[in-house]
Design a protein around this ligand. Structure first.
Ligand SMILES: *[C@@H]1O[C@H](CO)[C@@H](O)[C@H](O)[C@H]1NC(C)=O
Ligand SMILES: *[C@@H]1O[C@H](CO)[C@@H](O)[C@H](O)[C@H]1NC(C)=O
Ligand SMILES: *[C@@H]1O[C@H](CO)[C@@H](O)[C@H](O)[C@H]1NC(C)=O
Ligand SMILES: *[C@@H]1O[C@H](CO)[C@@H](O)[C@H](O)[C@H]1NC(C)=O
Ligand SMILES: *[C@@H]1O[C@H](CO)[C@@H](O)[C@H](O)[C@H]1NC(C)=O
Length: 412
């Protein structure tokens, strides 16, 4: 009798546990949501999210293995409890930007606290067609569809997912606080236009860790209003390197402060680590406390760059200097190869010269045959330790335009 009672208790508690665990899972291929491989899951995903977001305990939206089509998704918080997205399959966007509901977003996660996105799956922006029409520097109506937007997330983790072939920027983090992107893979061809890997704006406490980004524009770009941003163990290339900016183009920009880029490998890119600001800024601003350390450069066109005359497509006038004050910047232990002779280029603003710039342990070799390796420092007097003479501000004169690096696409 006692034995049967114990058995019954075990059985009942097992059942209860199973039911509870199932309750927290919102699989888009369940009968209730009806998602099917090779079909559009826009409705299924939206419904699964609505239910998950209303759950008062931890919930999980599941997109299982397989290929799914998605017209658009907006996951809007706040949710009642922490929420996970486990995406294992590949989710693909429509090829034509006009077939999306919004002109600037494919998938957005908005105002969610304690979001976890993981599962090893892929968000494929299907962007090849859009790169051909990416003429945003002259066409203000051009589509700027971002693959994944993370807007105003707090205490969230994005881990082990792939984002590829976005129509425009691949991942955009805006207004985040305590957001970690880890083991993220971002890819697009080197010649895809404006496909910045991860752009971070107006955020505090964002970390990009152990990730691999190869794309057609900046691997990581860090815009205005960012604080406490960390990039570690990033493998970057092809692309345009790791950038702070561009800054100083628009009104009401906020300072950038506290950026640490460490342990990264940058290969086959047009720039390595750089800070870029527009001339003729509408207002004063600043970028300070920014540190680049332990970086390996392989075949990078301009490994170390401060460019306060950043002006792609000549969209501005260089007569008026940038009003973005750059200070407390260090470039430490940066080694490898440059594929242009001008490996270190620090061009600061004539109006607000750079202050507190430190170059130490810079060991770069030029691999081509267009003369010896060299460096340029304008409106800046860096502190230099352990840097060979040709890389230690060899010249303060402006260099010829044809040595100033490849033409940039607009990419703010
Ligand atoms: C940041 O978010 C993570 C979840 O990703 C959480 O574990 C951690 O406690 C948060 N940190 C702070 C300081 O709130
Ligand atoms: C660096 O990132 C790669 C993935 O890109 C990972 O495999 C490796 O373990 C990371 N290294 C460290 C020291 O965390
Ligand atoms: C940097 O990389 C080295 C070697 O891979 C590793 O031992 C170290 O933990 C890394 N440091 C950081 C801060 O990731
Ligand atoms: C750099 O580009 C060359 C030529 O395309 C390629 O062979 C090489 O693997 C690339 N290096 C890295 C580290 O990606
Ligand atoms: C160096 O990078 C350029 C692109 O910037 C590429 O065409 C070339 O193949 C690369 N060379 C090597 C040796 O990786």
């Amino acid at each position: 009798m006692a034995f049967i009672r114990v058995l019954a208790i075990i059985l009942i508690s097992t059942l209860a546990y199973t039911t509870l665990a199932q309750d927290g899972i919102f699989d888009i291929t369940n009968a209730k949501y009806g998602g099917k491989p090779d079909a559009d899951i826009t409705q299924a995903l939206a419904k699964a999210f609505t239910d998950a977001c209303a759950s008062t305990t931890l919930s999980k939206v599941v997109v299982p293995a397989g290929k799914f089509l998605l017209k658009e998704a907006e996951f809007k918080g706040p949710c009642k409890a922490p929420i996970e997205f486990q995406v294992t399959g590949t989710i693909q966007a429509p090829e034509e930007a006009q077939d999306l509901t919004k002109p600037d977003t494919w998938v957005a996660f908005n105002h969610i606290d304690k979001l976890t996105l993981s599962g090893g799956g892929t968000f494929d922006g299907n962007g090849a067609l859009s790169w051909k029409n990416n003429d945003c520097h002259k066409n203000t109506k051009c589509a700027k569809v971002v693959n994944l937007r993370f807007n105003f997330l707090t205490n969230s983790l994005i881990q082990g997912i792939t984002c590829m072939n976005s129509k425009h920027f691949q991942i955009n983090v805006l207004g985040g606080n305590n957001v970690t992107l880890k083991l993220v893979k971002v890819s697009a061809p080197a010649d895809s236009v404006n496909t910045d890997g991860i752009h971070i704006g107006k955020s505090t406490g964002v970390s990009v860790l152990d990730s691999v980004i190869g794309t057609g524009d900046d691997c990581v770009s860090i815009g205005d209003g960012n604080k406490q941003i960390t990039v570690t163990n990033l493998t970057c290339g092809p692309g345009h390197g790791i950038a702070i900016g561009s800054l100083g183009r628009y009104e009401k920009e906020e300072p950038v402060e506290g950026i640490n880029v460490k342990n990264c490998t940058i290969s086959n890119t047009s720039n390595g680590v750089r800070i870029k600001t527009w001339p003729a800024s509408p207002q004063e601003s600043s970028a300070s406390d920014i540190h680049f350390e332990d970086i390996i450069m392989n075949n990078v066109s301009t490994p170390i760059l401060i460019d306060q005359e950043y002006c792609p497509y000549n969209q501005c006038t260089n007569q008026v200097p940038s009003k973005v004050k750059i200070s407390k910047i260090s470039f430490k232990n940066i080694k490898g190869t440059s594929n242009t002779p001008l490996a270190v280029k620090l061009v600061c603003s004539k109006g607000v010269p750079c202050e507190g710039i430190e170059l130490s342990g810079i060991d770069l070799k030029y691999t081509g045959d267009k003369g010896p390796i060299t460096s340029q420092c304008t409106n800046v007097k860096p502190t230099i330790t352990n840097v060979a003479q040709p890389l230690a501000c060899a010249t303060d004169a402006p260099v010829a335009a044809d040595k100033a690096g490849p033409a940039e696409k607009s990419s703010d």
